[in-house]
Design a protein around this ligand. Structure first.
Ligand code: CO8
Length: 254
C-alpha cells in the first residue's frame, strides 16, 4: 500500500492513516482502492471490530485529486473502480471512527460523512469547495450533507464552497467530539478500543438500523428494527450471563 498506512495499535482496532502528504491526502483512484482493500480485510473475520480512519495533522483529506481530473473530466468520477471503492466504504458494516485534523474538503468531507463517529481536532475545517471548480459534491455529499446538517446549512456550504471551522461543525452535528489537535487520534483510538470490546454482531445491528433511518422510509426502517429483535444471539446470552455472574463478557460474534 503506497498511499495509506495500516496499523493495529489497540486490541481488535485497525488504524488506517491516509498518507499522501504532498497532495494533502487527496483521494486519487489508487488511494481509494487501497482504502477499500484495507476495509475489506478489516471486514473479514473477527480480528478487527472497529476501524479508525485518519489523515495528518494538517489535512484529513483535501478531497478528490484535482490533478487527476483533466484525464477524464467529470465522467471520470463515475468510473466503475472508483464507484466500487466508495461503495465498499459506504457498506462497511463495522463501526468506523474518523479522527479529523486540518482539511476535510470535498471528497474528504464526504468521507467523514460515511464514518459513524467523527472526532475532530480544533484545527479541523469541513467544506465542499467543488463549486469553485464547477463541480459538485458528487460522492454522496449532495444527499448526505443535508441529512446531516439540514437543508439551509448544506446549501450554504455547497453553493458558497466556504468551509466551516471545527466549532461550527460540532454545533451543526458533523462532529461528535472536539479535542485539541494533538489528541484527536488518541481519543478516536480510545473510543474504538472501548467499542471493540462489545459484541461485533450487536454493533453491526444498530449501525445498520441507524443508517436505515437516513436511507429508507420510516415504516421500512422500523420493520427492519423489529426484524432484528427476532435475532437471538449467543453474545446476548453471554452478556446477560456475565451481568448476572458479575464478570466481564467474552463475546464471540455469534
Ligand atoms: N487534489 C490534488 N492536489 C491537491 C488537492 C486536491 N484536492 N488539494 C491540495 N493539493 C495539493 C496542491 O496542489 C499542492 O501541491 P503542490 O505543492 O505540488 O503545488 C499541495 O497539495 C499543497 O496544497 P496548497 O499549496 O494549496 O496548500 P494550502 O495550505 O495553501 O491550501 C487547500 C490548502 C485550501 C486545501 C488548497 O490546496 C485547496 O483549495 N485544495 C483543493 C480543495 C478542493 O477543491 N477539494 C475538492 C476537490 S473535488 C471533490 O472532492 C469531489 C469531486 C466530486 C465531483 C463529482 C462530479 C461533479
Amino acid at each position: 500500500m503506497e498511499n495509506i498506512v495500516v496499523a493495529r495499535p489497540r486490541r481488535r482496532v485497525m488504524l488506517i492513516t491516509l498518507d499522501r502528504p504532498k497532495a494533502l491526502n487527496a483521494l486519487n483512484k489508487a488511494l481509494l482502492g487501497e482504502l477499500a482493500q484495507a476495509l475489506r480485510e478489516a471486514e473479514a473475520g473477527d480480528e478487527v471490530r472497529c476501524v479508525v480512519l485518519t489523515g495528518s495533522q494538517r489535512s484529513f483529506s483535501a478531497g478528490a485529486d484535482i490533478k487527476e481530473m483533466p484525464e477524464g473530466g467529470i465522467p471520470m468520477f463515475a468510473e466503475a473502480g472508483r464507484l466500487r471503492s466508495w461503495k465498499t466504504i459506504e457498506r462497511f458494516p463495522k463501526p468506523l471512527v474518523a479522527a479529523v485534523n486540518g482539511y476535510a474538503l470535498g471528497g474528504g468531507c464526504e468521507l467523514t460523512l460515511l464514518c459513524d463517529i467523527v472526532v475532530a481536532g480544533e484545527n479541523a475545517r469541513f467544506g465542499t469547495p467543488e463549486i469553485k471548480i464547477a463541480a459538485f459534491p458528487g460522492d454522496g455529499g449532495t444527499q448526505r450533507l443535508p441529512r446531516a446538517v439540514g437543508k439551509a446549512r448544506a446549501m450554504m456550504m455547497i453553493l458558497t464552497g466556504e468551509p466551516i471551522d471545527a466549532r461550527t461543525a460540532l454545533a451543526w452535528g458533523l462532529v461528535a467530539e472536539l479535542v485539541p489537535t494533538e489528541r484527536t487520534v488518541e481519543r478516536a483510538l480510545d473510543i474504538a478500543a472501548s467499542i471493540a470490546e462489545y459484541s461485533p454482531i450487536a454493533l453491526q445491528m444498530p449501525k445498520a438500523e441507524v443508517l436505515a433511518a437516513f436511507e429508507k422510509p420510516l415504516d421500512e426502517s422500523l420493520s427492519l428494527e423489529r426484524k432484528m429483535l427476532l435475532w437471538q444471539t449467543e453474545d446476548h446470552d453471554e452478556g446477560i450471563a456475565a451481568f448476572v455472574e458479575k464478570r466481564k463478557p467474552e463475546y464471540k460474534g455469534r
